[in-house]
Design a protein around this ligand. Structure first.
Ligand code: CTP
Ligand code: MG
Length: 229
């Protein structure tokens, strides 16, 4: 199987804070985005990679990994979905080719998870995404933060990345969402809006997204545990 990799990396990391966008924070000696790209750069099935960067990004080109000839960059947009659409249009994949979308802020993707996703999607269907069944009890609150009720958690999942779709279908889904004024927060949501039913593939709880500085310490511990730092 051959696939293309699209990586949205044009965010500014508001919740992380500080001047350095979180994807460039150092983690066990490398930038977070280098860890996020590493499994795909190391995979011969990955035919091309396209990273969406902020228009004023001067950091990406300085990274050692950017010498790989399969790597391209484009300017991202105001929303994550805009950045994904731009990178998808620029990645070089044909309409029927598989594209994986992976957050620049997810440095701990394990190779077993990637293999499970590739195997599941190649069975056919509407694409697939890594996800985790909810483990905690869910509470809904009022505006006063007092519990209104406990929500059933059966069949509820947290969506992770990578998410995997045919390039043409995903681009169409993102364009339809944009035209309708919707802002999907992941690729699956855009495909769902077109009537698609992507397959949920069990991911790992260690495939965290770095959102706040506390996540950085957690990601470092995960990578060191694997001997990657
Ligand atoms: N992203 C992007 N373009 C945007 C917004 C986000 O490419 N306009 C990317 C981020 O760089 C990140 C991924 O989408 O790799 C997931 O988004 P998130 O974790 O929300 O990152 P930020 O938007 O940078 O963080 P925050 O929401 O805290 O500002
Ligand atoms: Mg964001």
């Amino acid at each position: 199987m051959r696939y293309w990799l699209v990586m949205p990396a044009a965010g500014s990391g508001q919740r992380f804070g500080g001047d350095l966008p979180k994807q460039y924070q150092l983690l066990a000696g490398r930038a977070i985005i280098e860890w996020a790209l590493a499994p795909f750069l190391a995979d011969a099935r990955c035919a091309g990679l396209c990273v969406a960067l902020a228009a004023d990004d001067a950091r990406f080109a300085q990274l050692p990994a950017t010498s790989d000839p399969r790597l391209r960059t484009v300017h991202g947009g105001a929303q994550r979905a805009d950045s994904v659409a731009a990178a998808l249009a620029g990645c070089g994949a044909g309409a029927e080719d598989w594209v994986l979308v992976h957050d620049a802020a997810r440095p701990c993707l394990a190779s077993e998870e990637l293999e499970r996703l590739l195997a599941a999607a190649s069975q056919g269907g509407e694409g697939a995404l890594l996800a985790l069944p909810l483990a905690d009890t869910l509470k809904r609150s009022g505006e006063d933060d007092r519990v209104q009720r406990t929500e059933p958690r059966e069949r509820l999942w947290r969506a992770l990345t990578p998410q995997m779709f045919r390039a043409g279908r995903l681009l169409e889904a993102l364009e339809l969402a944009r035209a309708a004024g919707q802002v999907p927060t992941d690729e699956a949501q855009a495909v769902e809006a077109m009537g698609g039913a992507p397959l949920l593939v069990a991911g790992s709880a260690l495939n965290i997204k770095v959102t706040t500085p506390a996540d950085l310490a957690l990601a470092e511990a995960i990578l060191r545990m694997r001997g990657g730092g």
